[in-house]
Design a protein around this ligand. Structure first.
Ligand SMILES: Nc1ncnc2c1ncn2[C@@H]1O[C@H](COP(=O)(O)OP(=O)(O)OP(=O)(O)O)[C@@H](O)[C@H]1O
Ligand SMILES: [Mg+2]
Length: 308
């Protein structure tokens, strides 16, 4: 394993019957990194994470998670990772204290150590409600922060967060991401999935998955540069003019991507000369501005574009 790698994955695949859910995926996550998994529904993000948590046995390939492999059936890995799952986080009918005691019990933690960790983690997430609070009565953002605390109770080096902010209000999402940065600041490694592009921008590196395969890997900037090697413009029309021009533009030479963004359009080209030719007959009143591609543009081009 490379010295700085917290996690090294080589040719990981899993089949469910004849269906390949994860196909020959390889990557390395650095210690202390925020590593994002992006991809459409069903791309294989959760399945990859469940293998790397030791919960699903790969059909082929290997991984070292904190230096440990799958040879023992994933038992070693389970002990050293934290996992906040996509569907289930905490029991709503139990109190905060009961949930954390249950999490400690599952991991057979020493009660004194569990209590000390609980205190540390409450400090980290800024939790100040009574232990006797029912989880069902907590706001969604706070519930997710507590679920993170539960996943980190045993002080894991590597933490997997599967859509931790799904359905959470924007201010609470920002709070949660501040927490993720705090955790990696403490030297932990975080692997996180999200469907929010503003969150993806905050990752150190991103792995982009499509139908089980890893199709791109890099920093947000690297992904933008490789998806869009040429210029991108934002086009703004008076509504009536747009339709005819856009349908013509779809066939322009060198067009890499054309997508609606609210009432405007983003158009990317292979190079400036082809862009100038394609936009030479803009309808009157239309405006055009050079823009930098966003991760949303990358996602549209690399994931949704290929699936259309
Ligand atoms: N136990 C299973 N048996 C059969 N198919 C499965 C099983 N688990 C997952 N799949 C399939 O594998 C594919 C990948 O699913 P996965 O949950 O990993 O996707 P995802 O990227 O996490 O999607 P989402 O963004 O919706 O969470 C899907 O087609 C899913 O239906
Ligand atoms: Mg998932």
């Amino acid at each position: 394993m490379t010295a700085s790698c917290a996690l090294e994955v080589k040719g990981l695949s899993i089949k469910f019957g004849n269906f390949t859910a994860v196909d020959n995926v390889s990557f390395c996550v650095n210690r202390g990194e925020i590593f994002g998994f992006l991809g459409a529904n069903g791309a294989g993000k959760t399945t990859t994470i469940r293998m790397l948590c030791g919960l699903l046995k790969p059909t082929s390939g290997s991984a070292l998670v904190g230096g440990l492999g799958f040879e023992d059936g994933g038992w070693g890995i389970k002990k050293i990772v934290g996992y906040m799952s996509q569907k289930f986080t905490l029991y709503n009918d139990l109190t905060v204290g009961e949930n954390l005691d249950f999490a400690a019990g599952l991991r057979k933690m020493d009660p004194a150590f569990a209590k000390q960790r609980r205190k540390e983690l409450f400090g980290l997430i800024g939790f100040n409600k009574p232990l006797s609070s029912k989880v069902s009565a907590l706001p969604g953002g706070i519930k997710q922060e507590l679920a993170l605390a539960a996943a980190m109770l045993h002080d894991p080096e590597i933490v997997f967060l599967d859509e931790p902010t799904s359905g959470v209000a924007p201010a609470s999402r920002a709070r949660f991401w501040a927490l993720i940065r705090k955790i990696t600041g403490l030297g932990k490694t975080v692997i996180v999935t999200t469907h929010y592009m503003d969150e993806a921008e905050q990752c150190g590196r991103i792995a982009l998955m499509r139908t089980g395969s890893l199709i791109a890997l890099g920093t947000p900037e690297e992904l933008k540069n490789s998806a869009f090697p040429g210029p991108m413009v934002e086009l703004d029309f008076k509504e009536a003019e747009a339709f005819a021009f856009i349908s013509g533009l779809k066939n322009a030479a060198g067009l890499l991507e054309l997508s609606p963004h609210g009432i405007r359009w983003h158009a990317a080209f292979a190079d400036k000369a082809l862009m100038d030719a394609a936009l030479s007959a803009l309808p009157p009143g239309a405006s055009v501005a050079l823009i930098k591609p966003s991760l949303e543009d990358v996602f549209i081009r690399m994931v949704e574009g290929a699936e259309r």
